[in-house]
Design a protein around this ligand. Sequence first.
Ligand code: BTN
Length: 263
Amino acid sequence: MSKGFFKKIFRTYRDELDGEKIKLYTDRKFTLLEETDSTNAYLKRNEESFKDGDCVIAKRQTSGRGRLGRSFVSPEGGIYMSLLLKPEKGEINGTDITALCAVSTAMAIESVTGEKTKIKWVNDIYLRGKKVCGILTEALTENDRIKYIIVGIGIDVYKQKKLPEELKDTVGFLFEKQGDVINKLASLTADNFFKLYKTGEYIEEYRKRSMLDGQRVEYTENGTVKSGTVLGVDEKCGLRIKDGDGERVLRSGEVRITKYERI
Ligand code: BTN
């Protein structure tokens, strides 16, 4: 019996990323890699060979990267994808790309699972109370013009048997059992993103899914830890927080929920 036969029998995931299947769902150019260090890093290294709207997707990453220099565990069974933007005039219209991407991905996840998601400002998507997706946006600017933006999306599609101990309580999954969704989900996520990017109309969809509204949070400002209550997001997806000094809007950084209230 051939090697290929055994490979097929023993492979962990039947529902795997497949270039031909992706083509059934989208006309967008997808470059599929069996393995890479990080799809963001791969796209950055090879940016000259790709054009605006192209996508790079991998079955697994060996050095997946998260925000704030963290690593992003990326075994097979997930989607690790980077989308490339090369804005023609080297500028974007003030849209928060990460928030827009969170909405596009949340909508795609909802459409394949039939369940509602929440977005934790501004780059994490939650399903059934656990994180199922993280987004890392990176940009290169030259002479005050944006040369390119890379939007990296990591989705935990299938339940992992071997997750590092420290992630077990926080990292979730979309499906426990194998289906036929992974290629559809990847295509839908990318297509949703470029559709919303064209219109720029994502903020109401973000607000419907906002996880932090009404929650007590902690955040760090100029090295000092502060706390307050989240009022919502403004038109540019800045986080409105009410604290002892009044209202402030956070444009970047990360907040931590001090005590989660179901509201
Ligand atoms: C986070 O949760 O802090 C963001 C995680 C972003 C992970 C994605 S997976 C595809 C792309 N390649 C990477 O190395 N990171 C992003």
